[in-house]
Design a protein around this ligand. Structure first.
Ligand SMILES: *Cc1c(COP(=O)(O)O)cnc(C)c1O
Length: 358
């Protein structure tokens, strides 16, 4: 019997990639696969994204795992390389690198690669995480252009801080800052993450960088994937392993901090924070059993949760329990756990079984 299982729907994945094309029909797509493809399985997800123009990851090891898995598309390293000894590996494996600081630029200038790297120059337009200050742009661009280790086809990038919020004016000022910086240049540009793709059409450049939305999850505040015709790719499931009746005034779970006000049946489901189900999911977080939503009650344990099945017994041991999926958006669960869907997806642990379905 399968207990905690992440069922990954590859048909939903390809549907979502088509939706990216619909949103940004003039842009090439760099599908973001960092953190084990947001917890969905790096190589399996990549193998189903034939229609993407490139892949993007955050770590050199993630890029190497894609090559080891037989993937041949261009791969962009979103944080670039971390040490000059990475550079020959980048060249040998056709990894494209972001350059976002002076150290990286000097490392490239001081080596003799015997080949040319494709470089994305990242400009910090206000997020103040990675990227060079706009005032450094000309200097960096010229030094890269003049360097024999760098392909003359330099590409330009920035990243948004607040694109999930349509009322926030920061995205528009970031776009304006970027445009001012690169004016009169014909290089390819890439600005938009999922929220830029869905919410800010003016940010769709030559390339877009969708992550969350290809997994069927909304990047926008207060929305779910369904609002943009995206289909959730992951369905996290398990089974009931026990049912018991408790009386009004009795508790369930560690700390005995939840008490039932009436006699009820408690279902024990085989999933917990040891599987990546969030410990901070509060009492009342919805869980689906036999087509209806029932509330999580009491604390999440390492291997189990307790749910209130109600005073009329309709369920039995081994029945399926859905934690999130098409009928129960992970965005809603994230709200109940005081976090974001990105974190819930990434936090799935190796104990969970993966099942890929069409
Ligand atoms: C993770 C990441 C993305 C993808 O973001 P989503 O919100 O998941 O679409 C795009 N660009 C950069 C630089 C990132 O780090």
């Amino acid at each position: 019997m399968r207990l905690a299982t992440a069922e990954i729907n590859l048909t939903a994945l390809t549907h979502n990639l088509k939706k990216v094309r619909d949103f940004a029909s003039n842009s090439k797509i760099m599908a973001v696969l960092k953190a084990n493809a947001y917890g969905h399985g790096l190589v399996q997800i990549a193998q189903s994204l034939n229609e993407a123009d490139a892949f993007a990851v955050a770590r050199v090891d993630e890029a190497l795992a894609l090559r080891a898995g037989g993937l041949v598309k261009p791969i962009v390293l979103l944080e670039g390389f971390f040490d000059k000894t990475d550079l020959p590996i980048l060249l040998a494996n056709n990894f494209q690198t972001i350059v976002h600081n002076e150290t990286q630029l000097e490392d490239i200038e001081q080596c003799d690669l015997g080949g040319q790297l494709t470089v994305w120059l990242k400009i910090d337009t206000g997020m103040h995480r990675l990227g060079i200050h706009p005032s450094q742009f000309i200097n960096f661009y010229q030094r890269l252009s003049n360097n024999p280790n760098v392909n003359a086809d330099i590409k330009l990038m920035t990243h948004f801080a607040c694109a999930d919020d349509l009322l926030n004016t920061m995205t528009q000022s970031q776009i304006a800052e970027f445009d001012a910086c690169i004016k009169n240049m014909s290089e390819e540009v890439c600005l938009a993450n999922s929220a830029g793709i869905v919410g800010w059409q003016q940010s769709h450049g030559d390339w877009v960088r969708p992550g969350l939305m290809i997994y069927g999850v909304s990047p926008m505040l207060e929305k779910t994937g369904n609002d943009h015709d995206l289909k959730p790719v992951m369905c996290l499931k398990t089974r009931l392993i026990a049912i018991k009746k408790i009386k009004a005034g009795e508790s369930a779970g560690y700390g005995a901090n939840w008490l039932t006000s009436k006699d009820t049946y408690i279902g024990i489901a085989a999933i917990g924070y040891g599987d990546g189900y969030p410990r901070h999911a509060n009492t009342g977080t919805p869980v689906m059993i036999n087509g209806r939503k029932v509330p999580l009650v009491g604390r999440v344990s390492m291997d189990m949760i307790t749910v209130d099945l109600g005073d009329v017994l309709q369920d039995k041991v081994a029945d399926e329990v859905i934690l999130w999926g098409p009928e129960l958006p992970v965005e809603i669960i994230a709200k109940h756990a005081d976090t974001i869907p990105y974190e819930l997806l990434c936090d799935i642990t190796p104990r969970v079984d993966y099942k890929y379905v069409e």
